[in-house]
Design a protein around this ligand. Structure first.
Ligand code: GDP
Length: 295
């Protein structure tokens, strides 16, 4: 994970690690290198600049220059700052409402349907919940089939209405079905598009209005770099989502988007997808991610 960024940061840190003493010039130069590494890894400019400025301020404030191991201290400051940038603490998913309604949004191929299955599996197995999946992608029959297969695989029922082409009605029916059948979680998978378009936004906004979800999770492919940040911003402007799911973090991803998304949209990253299997889902721990980035 974050291999590119990590390699570059490692190189930048070499200047500092193990050095007995460093100068303010060393700090400034290292920060410049780190900013470059972040920009190369698709972190947007503002995030990278704020990050390095903050770290520099803290480094100078905490007497890094006169400390016994300046490299280690600076690494700690950076790790804390990175963790803060990504939310600081674990952001829990709301699951206590009965039923808790969770709307899944994002572009085509981001991993929405896969994540819907994974989340149902996670809530059933790890939280003892009784979820219902709702197949809201009416444009692609294959998407409905896919969700049904995943539902079967994880032992969670799927609400399907193949007669209807109205995603708003289907979402509503799904919530009603959950109430009737005693499901305490409703996960509504929605249609994506190849790119942001007005029809998509109107539709997903209407589904939101109709179902009043407690959580709206925006699913984004972590391999899409800076585009991931732009898409997150566009969806958040319209949907005011409650959390982000970063998928495909098992691949050769560029980690920059993960850092930027939180700071650009100011919404927590709640889960990460680490593979195609139904078990390949992790809660997002900012500290773990920070130490992973820094190595
Ligand atoms: P949707 O169009 O947003 O519903 O996307 P899908 O759920 O159909 O996922 C698109 C492709 O990405 C599928 O081939 C999934 O198996 C794959 N995929 C989804 N999440 C992950 C992940 O975390 N890691 C990997 N490696 N592949 C994933």
């Amino acid at each position: 994970m974050f291999t590119n960024l990590q390699d570059k940061l490692d190189r930048a840190f070499k200047v500092l690690k193990g050095q007995g003493s460093i100068t303010e010039i060393n700090v400034a130069e290292t920060m410049k290198e780190i900013r470059k590494a972040l920009l190369d890894a698709d972190v947007n400019y503002k995030t990278a600049k704020t990050f390095t400025d903050d770290v520099k301020q803290k480094a100078l404030g905490q007497n890094v220059l006169t400390s016994i191991s300046p490299g280690q201290l600076l690494t700690k400051i950076m790790s804390d700052e990175l963790s803060d940038l990504m939310g600081g603490t674990v952001s829990e998913l709301e699951t206590q409402k009965n039923p808790t309604i969770i709307l899944i949004a994002g572009l085509n191929g981001a991993g929405k349907t896969t994540f819907s299955g994974k989340l149902a599996n996670f809530l059933k197995d790890k939280k003892g919940k009784k979820p219902l999946l709702v197949a809201g992608d009416v444009y692609r029959p294959a998407a409905i089939d896919q969700l049904q297969i995943l539902g079967e695989q994880v032992g969670v029922p799927v609400y399907v209405n193949r007669e209807s082409t109205d995603p708003i009605a289907i979402a509503r029916e799904g919530v009603e079905a959950a109430k009737r059948d005693g499901n305490n979680i409703v996960i509504i998978d929605t249609a994506g598009r190849l790119a942001i378009d007005e029809a998509l936004m109107l539709e997903i906004t209407a589904v939101k209005e109709a179902t009043q979800p407690h959580e709206i999770l925006f699913v984004v492919d972590s391999m899409t770099g800076q585009d991931a940040v732009n898409t997150a911003k566009a969806f958040n402007d319209r949907l005011d989502f409650t959390g982000v799911v970063l998928t495909k973090l098992d691949g050769d991803t560029r980690g920059g988007a993960a850092l930027s998304i939180k700071s650009v949209v100011n919404k927590p990253i709640k889960f990460i997808g680490t593979g195609e299997k139904m078990e390949a889902l992790d809660v997002f721990y900012p500290e773990r991610m920070a130490s992973r980035i820094l190595g």
